[in-house]
Each structure stands twice: as structure tokens, then as C-alpha cells.
Design a protein around this ligand. Structure first.
Ligand code: DON
Length: 638
């Protein structure tokens, strides 16, 4: 069993469309609309006008006024969950977590408090991505205009080594994908504790308690998570068969026992498939969270739980040690901040490649004046793909953990560099990726979930975190309820060999003890004149960067309300494989037009899951949107 290449998640993206439903509940300035998904392409122009067409862009800053949805009535955009309000807004991948975030804001917590409580709650209710056995990134914007970035990415254990995922013939094994050897040392609990201590306002216990209750008393699952859990158990069953069939694995018995315990947690007690409305409790995880509520992050990284994590992982052949856990530190970093057409974009620096690549995409779009062209035109999409091809060639070969590799960041972030980088783009013909390499010479010597929160004072949090593949390494540490991540697969296991997202990366992202693996996670905040304009992010592996770019470019360049931007069909290119990866719903005329220019096309069910919030530039009203047709989720505002 090999995880399919270039899938955003082991489960979930090819979901059936939700039944036709329209729910509108507007209560004293807080509107909530749950609407069915769009099934076809957006009705926008499919023609292919020349690059010199008159500017199609409506006013540079989008206003939410003007459409039927703007008045809080029937929404014009199907396929998203929208909520509007003035005092606070939250959007996450799961309704119970959204409710936790709203409750924290309503009781006076700030956006960081709400984000921490959401992050911990998702660890209970969204196990495919949100577990505390993973890591991630948070970008924060403060009402006074400051911003910061928190890196709580996993690190390679001290016993990790460059070739640890290669067999005797030098070929990559599956060990970076499944089982305890795939796990980097987890960062979530440390990251949340750090932001809480520095920027939170409510007591820590109050932020952990909702997650304890969700795990202990159980919670109702929705249809998306019913499917997720059922699909997750299937993955675990398949993995179990593989472990069972392996003859040489000395840790076989321990892994099998752990897998049986993991499946016992994830299965419906009667063994049948989960259904929406079922209740799911996780007593072991509740006890783990209780310890974290009482002792804070040290409960995870030192003492009895850390001992247990290290010894159980080791029994299963994994590399974690108590010393690895004790040494784990989240890092506060300076975010990447850049201007784009009158807006300020605040995003994540390395070891995530997300912010660098986003900056490059925006700079190249500006250089090529893509904003002059209709969004849904072959001309624009062709050029956009040419930009992505070059940006990902840089991403895959130049970005690494800043503590380990030197990166030409100044150049990569310079708009003049991007202008040069796209100067060879042929407006009519695709450039084969084989002819594109990194734009700077390389020195010898690169399942997730996103949530966004805005509070009453204007503090904003963008948080993306992950176990990597759906349900991470597919195995929980016995007795703790903690699913291990398989983030080690984000490293370059072998130069030139694709990882689970099809990314072909270079030696700068090779495995080394204590090193952080390159990420595509792109939690991003956009401001205008010091005020929030939008906050956004997504899962989707390599497609995260392009998902975030597409949503934000539509908001900034085309003045589209963010819900419209989110439902648009997405396009992705990552240099290698040399193919335009497109979402179902792409207009066949556009597909043909791209093929005529020499692009190979590769279809994908769904790309990303963007849970974003915007602030109406005119009225300041908050509009929270969950990308619900793609993968459920829940937006709320009040
Ligand atoms: O950090 C990264 O780029 C990946 N580990 C993200 C994984 C992901 O988005 C999977 N989910 N869809």
C-alpha cells in the first residue's frame, strides 16, 4: 500500500456533494448560511482574450455590498458555509471546534486564546489532521499593526539520518509514510503553550478544558468526519496487513498491538461504519489532555507522559527518545511581510516554503500584469501556470530549515528577481519543466487543517497544522490516544524521488537530526491601511500555496467576496510532475486552450480546503467562510 502521490490527503477530497440545503439564520447582526455546493464551472468568461485586454478588474478593494448575499439574504455562492458578524469570526474544519472558538471569544478571550482552544479541540474532533502528535505554523496580527509567526513544526529525532528511508538498493521505502519511524518530534502542544504564554489572556486550563470534555464526554460527528473515520480505519486495516505480512520487522508485535488499539479508538463500537450524528468518545486522549490542562506543555515533553511516548514509540521501532521530547522548542520567527497592490501580506517564513512561494507568485503576477486579464481565461491561467512552474522549481531546490541551510532569501523575495525569472515566459506556449530549474544556483553543501480567527479588537490568527497524511503515521501511541505524524515524508528521502505530494526536492531538505522538514503550509493575513482585509490558509500538501494564492489574488485583484473566491475551480502546478493539476469543474474550453499551448493536464477531485475570513473594506463587517463543499467545516461569526 503506497499513499497515492500528489494527493492532498489520504481521505476526504473526493467527497460526495452535500444534499441540497439552504439554512439561513440571521440573528441580530450575525448571519449564518449553509448552502449546497456548486457543481459546475463558475459562469465567468471562458474566452481567451489577448494579454492586452482592458482591465477586467473591478474596484481594487472588494466590497461585499451589491449582491443578494451581501444583505444577509440568500447567498449567491453555493458550496461554502458563510457567517457574518462584527464582534468575532471563526472558521475551522469541524463544527465542535468552531463552537469552542466562538465560546472562547464570547467569554472575552482574544483571537490567540480562541486559536489555542480550537487547535486543541481539533486534536479531538478532527483526527485526520489535528492531532497533538503533529506540528504546524501560526501567523498572528495585532491590532496595533505588529505581527509575528510561530513555528511549531516537527523536528527530525536525534537518531534520524539522511538515508534512513532508503533500502539496500538506495530506493525509498514506505517507512516515511506509515508507522512510528515516520514521525517527527511533535510540536503542537509546545507551540500552543508558547503563544498562549506570550499573547493569550485567559488561563491555560480554560483553553484545554473544552478539548478534555469533547474527548471524555464524546461529541457528535458530522458526515464528513463519519466518512473520515471510516476511511481512516480502512487505511489502518490495510497497513496492518502489510505489517503482518512483513517477516523481518522485529517490532512487528508491538506495531500490531498498537494498531489494534488505534483501530479500537477509531471504530464505531459496533464495528459498523460511522454515521453523522453518532457520538464518539476517546478516554485515553481525554486523560492525556487532562494532564496537559494541569501541567501545561511540560506534561507532553517531560515526565510520565513523555516517558511513555518515548518508550512506546521505541518499542515499535520508532526513533523518539525522552531527550528528543525534552529538547523540542517552538520558534518565534519574523513573518514574511510584503506589499502587493496596495495591500500588506503577512505570511510564514521558512522552514515553510509557503510564504516565500506566495511572495514569488504575487510578484510574478504583478510583473506579468495578470490582474489585467479575466480570471477564467486561458491567457491568464497559462501565464499563472508558467509562474508556478518556476516558483516550485525554486521551492523544491532552494528552501530548507534556516538553522541548517543557507537560502538566497533576499533574492527570492525580491520582485526584480521574479521579474527576471518570468522574462522567458512564452505567452503562447508552455515551457517544459525539464528546461526549468531553480533560478538561483544551488550550493552543494524541501493531512493538514487550517483555521482562522478574528476577535473584537482586531487581533487575527491564521493557523495551519498537520499530521501530514490523513491520520498521520496511522498509529496512535498505546495508552495515550495520540496519533503519530508522518511528517518525516516531507524531507527529501532521496534527491529526485517524489514524496507523497509528488514534490521532487533537493539536498537542502535532506534529513538531519534536529532539522525541520520543508513545508508548504501558508497561513496568511492580508491587511490594508493597517486593518484586516483577509485571513486565509488551507491543507493540501504542495497545493496549499496555490490554493491560498488563488483565493487571495481574487480578493485583491478582482474584488471578489471571499466566498466567491473560495468556490472557484482551482488550478495547480508544482514544476514536477510537468502537468497542470486541475480540479473537477474546470471549464472544458479552458482545458482545451491550455492543451493547445502545450500543457499536459491532470485531473484531481478536489484541491485544498480554504477556511478564511475577510473584513468588508467599507463596513468592517467580518465574513467567515468554510470551504464546506470541498471538505465540510463550519464558519461562525457574531
Ligand atoms: O507541511 C506540508 O506541506 C505538508 N506536510 C502538508 C500536508 C497536507 O497538507 C496534507 N493534507 N491535505
Amino acid at each position: 500500500m503506497r499513499r497515492p502521490a500528489i494527493v492532498s490527503s489520504a481521505v476526504g477530497f473526493a467527497r460526495g456533494l452535500a444534499p441540497l440545503a439552504l439554512l439561513v439564520a440571521c440573528l441580530a447582526g450575525a448571519c449564518k448560511q449553509s448552502v449546497p455546493p456548486e457543481t459546475g464551472p463558475a459562469p465567468a468568461a471562458a474566452s481567451a482574450p489577448a494579454a492586452s485586454v482592458a482591465p477586467a478588474a473591478p474596484p481594487e478593494t472588494g466590497s461585499l455590498a451589491g449582491g443578494p448575499d451581501d444583505a444577509g439574504q440568500a447567498p449567491a455562492v453555493p458550496g461554502v458555509d458563510v457567517a457574518t458578524g462584527r464582534r468575532g469570526a471563526v472558521t475551522t474544519a469541524e463544527p465542535n471546534a468552531t463552537a469552542v472558538g466562538r465560546a472562547i471569544l464570547e467569554k472575552g478571550g482574544n483571537a490567540v486564546d480562541a486559536a489555542v482552544a480550537i487547535g486543541l479541540a481539533l486534536g479531538v474532533t478532527h483526527p485526520t489532521a489535528g492531532g497533538i502528535g503533529g506540528g504546524g505554523f501560526m501567523v498572528i496580527y495585532f491590532p496595533d499593526g505588529r505581527s509575528t509567526a510561530i513555528d511549531f513544526r516537527e523536528v527530525a529525532p536525534r537518531k534520524a539520518s539522511r538515508d534512513m528511508y532508503l533500502d539496500e538498493s538506495g530506493n525509498p521505502t514506505k517507512d516515511s509514510l506509515y508507522g512510528p519511524r515516520a514521525a517527527g518530534v511533535a510540536g503542537n502542544v509546545a507551540g500552543f503553550a508558547m503563544v498562549h504564554k506570550k499573547y493569550g489572556s485567559l488561563p491555560w486550563k480554560e483553553l484545554v478544558q473544552p478539548a478534555v470534555a469533547l474527548a471524555k464526554d464524546g461529541h457528535e460527528i458530522d458526515s464528513v468526519h463519519a466518512e473520515d473515520l471510516t476511511a481512516g480505519v480502512k487505511l489502518m486495516e490495510d497497513y496492518r496487513k502489510e505489517v503482518e505480512a512483513a517477516n523481518k520487522n522485529p517490532a512487528k508485535a508491538a506495531i500490531l498491538a498498537a494498531l489494534d488499539q488505534t483501530m479500537a479508538i477509531m471504530r464505531r463500537p459496533d464495528g459498523r461504519p460511522w454515521r453523522a450524528g453518532d457520538r464518539w468518545a476517546q478516554p485515553d486522549l481525554a486523560a492525556t489532555y487532562q494532564a496537559i490542562a494541569e501541567r501545561g506543555a511540560p506534561a507532553f515533553y517531560r515526565g510520565p507522559l513523555a516517558k511513555k511516548l518515548a518508550s512506546e514509540v521505541r518499542k515499535m521501532g520508532g526513533l523518539w527518545t525522552e531527550a528528543d521530547l525534552a529538547a523540542y522548542r517552538p520558534i518565534e520567527r519574523k513573518p514574511i511581510v510584503f506589499d502587493y497592490r496596495g495591500h500588506q501580506v503577512i505570511t510564514m517564513p521558512p522552514p515553510s516554503a509557503g510564504g516565500v512561494s506566495l511572495r514569488q507568485i504575487f510578484a510574478a503576477s504583478e510583473a506579468l500584469e495578470l490582474y489585467q486579464m479575466p480570471w477564467d481565461s486561458v491567457d491568464r491561467i497559462h501565464l499563472y501556470v508558467e509562474v508556478l512552474r518556476r516558483v516550485y522549481a525554486d521551492r523544491n531546490q532552494l528552501i530548507g530549515d534556516p538553522a541548517f541551510v543557507k537560502m538566497p532569501l533576499k533574492t527570492l523575495l525580491d520582485s526584480a528577481y521574479m521579474k527576471r525569472r518570468v522574462s522567458d515566459v512564452n505567452r503562447q506556449q508552455a515551457t517544459p519543466s525539464a528546461k526549468v530549474s531553480a533560478g538561483v544556483e544551488v550550493e552543494e553543501k524541501p493531512e493538514t487543517t487550517h483555521f482562522s480567527v478574528v476577535d473584537e479588537k482586531g487581533m487575527v490568527v491564521a493557523n495551519t497544522y498537520t499530521l501530514n497524511g490523513g491520520f498521520g503515521a496511522l498509529v496512535a501511541v498505546p495508552g495515550t490516544g495520540i496519533l503519530l505524524n508522518n511528517q518525516m515524508d516531507d524531507f527529501t528521502a532521496k534527491v529526485g524521488a517524489p514524496n507523497m505530494f509528488g514534490l521532487v526536492q533537493g539536498p537542502q531538505n535532506a534529513i538531519a537530526p534536529g532539522k525541520r522538514m520543508v513545508s508548504s503550509m501558508t497561513p496568511t493575513i492580508v491587511t490594508k491601511a493597517g486593518k484586516l482585509r483577509a485571513v486565509c490558509g488551507s491543507p493540501g500538501g504542495a497545493t496549499i500555496i496555490t490554493t491560498v494564492a488563488q483565493v487571495l489574488l481574487q480578493v485583491i485583484d478582482y474584488g471578489k467576496p471571499i466566498d466567491r473566491a473560495i468556490v472557484q475551480t482551482r488550478i495547480h502546478h508544482q514544476w514536477l510532475p510537468d502537468a497542470v493539476i486541475y480540479e473537477e469543474g474546470l471549464d472544458p474550453k479552458i482545458a482545451k486552450g491550455l492543451e493547445a499551448r502545450g500543457h499536459k493536464l491532470m485531473s484531481r477531485g478536489r484541491i485544498g480546503h480554504a477556511n478564511c475570513i475577510e473584513s468588508d473594506p467599507k463596513t468592517g463587517e467580518l465574513r467567515a467562510v468554510a470551504d464546506s463543499a470541498r471538505r465540510g467545516g463550519d464558519a461562525d461569526a457574531f
